[in-house]
Design a protein around this ligand. Structure first.
Ligand SMILES: Cc1cc2nc3c(=O)[nH]c(=O)nc-3n(C[C@H](O)[C@H](O)[C@H](O)COP(=O)(O)OP(=O)(O)OC[C@H]3O[C@@H](n4cnc5c(N)ncnc54)[C@H](O)[C@@H]3O)c2cc1C
Length: 455
């Protein structure tokens, strides 16, 4: 790792990858990830990615997104996302992403709260297909360095200008790294919940750092619970049973074997109904039957889901599977403007970490991969246009990365980061406190208790 880069991207999911691929090749870029390259939520996305399949669908796509978001969405962001979708899909296909096709034509799936089929997919592993193709492309670029098992602990900041980050390396060294621009693509907050479909290392680190540096946050009371994760007595990440399973005709049953709800309701409303039913049944789960899917062979359409169910002892072709709501997505995040800029100069936030208002109070299924790709591209374009040089006397980023110098210029000390466990524990406590304060105001979704128990 060098001492300074043009751009540092924290996170190697779709958002981080999209930003990296849209920056010019004359920029020296560092990408870091807290875990392994395949350990991001982007790899977990099953259902697919929305696209404006034809102009006639614009109004319906817009309305579906707004309705799901309880009309709390920022209309301008929704418009940009939908209008950019065709171009983004074209780019993905050019990179080599394979979406499901029939007779040379793309196939579209439908999920809950969508009034029509507009979701492109690759089996039930769309996120893995997209992200691994993007990562492969990035790995071929000589201007991009990727470091795994490398954690951002803090930013280097002065007078509301970001000058770089502090990292803990894979050898447990604490190092300052300077950059003309920093992009946060750190994903969601599932790791602060007892049960979540997210990777446990996604703990809202960018939000914790924002709190310490007075960087604006937005809608941190908007947390989405997915209605159907596979119930398990085991600890750890919950396995998601994608909405598209219900979209294809799977139905929910209560303890008495009766349907109790419209399975295609928006996620937050369906979650509420399932929780109600679980309470009535005095059961930690409800049942999902995939036997009612008539037009598809589920082991072909949902191979990964079927495999996981079998591993857990359920054969979805023959029997119902137990499902339970689980923390899934964060609509809130680090506030950003229409260029994905945070309230701090030279600091951008993209993907699930950011809040550009596109999802309102509740995300419409399969909008987040799209949103991440679109707004990360916009961040990259803004950085390219702004042309901030890496070595700039005014911004002091020419300064050395010597700790004594850093203390003098930025007031930061190495010893403050030595105990990173304690450091993150305090950050998590403060973040939960702030989220709960916002939730007490009453305007939130089903799910906002960080202790939500899912199995
Ligand atoms: C099970 C599941 C299924 C989903 N299905 C779909 C779907 O079908 N369609 C859809 O549109 N969306 C889906 N989503 C949501 C979507 O996958 C995510 O919102 C999206 O992938 C987020 O991408 P991202 O790049 O913002 O974050 P992520 O892909 O989560 O990447 C975050 C990155 O940040 C890194 N990071 C975090 N903190 C630090 C730190 N302090 N230092 C260094 N690195 C750090 C992580 O290691 C990781 O590399 C699903 C989510 C889940 C969990």
């Amino acid at each position: 790792m060098k001492n300074a880069y043009d751009v540092i991207i924290v996170g190697t999911g779709v958002a981080g990858c999209s930003a990296a691929l849209h920056l010019p090749e004359n920029k020296e870029i560092l990408m870091i990830t807290k875990a392994g390259l395949e350990e991001s939520d982007s790899f977990l996305a099953q259902g697919g990615i929305c696209v404006l399949k034809d102009e006639d669908d614009y109004d319906a796509f817009f309305e579906d997104t707004m309705r799901a978001g309880h009309y709390k969405n920022k209309k301008e962001s929704v418009e940009v996302m939908i209008r950019s979708s065709k171009e983004i899909i074209r780019e993905l296909i050019n990179y080599g992403v394979r979406f499901q096709m029939e007779n040379g034509k793309l196939l579209f799936a439908r999920e809950g709260a969508h009034t029509t089929s507009r979701i492109l997919y690759h089996e039930d592993e769309t996120g893995k297909e997209i992200t691994s193709v993007l990562l492969k492309k990035i790995q071929k670029k000589s201007n991009i360095t990727i470091l795994t098992e490398t954690t951002m602990l803090d930013i280097i900041e002065k007078e509301n200008h970001c000058h770089g980050i502090i990292v803990k390396t894979n050898e447990n060294e604490i190092k300052p790294v300077l950059a003309a621009n920093v992009i946060w693509a750190c994903g969601g907050i599932g790791g602060i919940y007892e049960n979540s479909t997210n990777y446990p290392h996604l703990t809202g680190d960018a939000l914790m750092i924002s709190q310490r540096h007075n960087i604006k946050l937005k809608n941190i009371n908007y947390v989405q619970i997915h209605p159907t994760a596979l119930y398990s007595e085991k600890q750890g990440r919950r396995f998601l049973i994608s909405e598209s399973v219900r979209g294809e005709g799977a139905v929910l049953y209560n303890k008495a074997g009766k349907r109790f709800v419209d399975e295609l309701l928006p996620r937050d409303i369906l979650t509420r109904e399932i929780h109600k039913q679980m309470k009535l049944d005095k059961s930690p789960y409800v049942w999902l039957s995939m036997k009612s899917i008539k037009n598809q062979d589920i082991s072909i359409r949902f191979p990964n889901i079927c495999k996981k169910c079998l591993e857990e002892g359920f054969d979805p072709k023959k029997e119902w599977i137990p499902v339970v709501p689980s923390q899934h997505y964060f609509m809130g995040g680090v506030w950003v403007n229409m260029k994905s800029k945070t309230s701090m100069e030279h600091l951008y936030a993209v993907g699930e970490t950011s809040c550009n208002g596109v999802h309102g109070a509740n995300r419409l299924a399969s909008n987040s991969l799209l949103e991440s790709l679109v707004f990360a591209k916009i961040a990259a374009q803004d950085i390219t246009e702004s042309q901030r040089p890496r070595r700039n006397k005014d911004s002091q980023i020419y300064g050395s990365t010597d700790w004594a110098e850093l203390k003098k210029i930025y007031g930061i000390r190495k010893e403050d980061y030595q105990n990173s466990e304690k450091y993150f524990k305090i950050g998590k406590k403060n973040l939960i406190k702030e989220m709960e304060k916002e939730m007490r105001k009453g305007d939130h979704n089903e799910s906002n208790n960080h202790k939500v128990k899912c199995g």
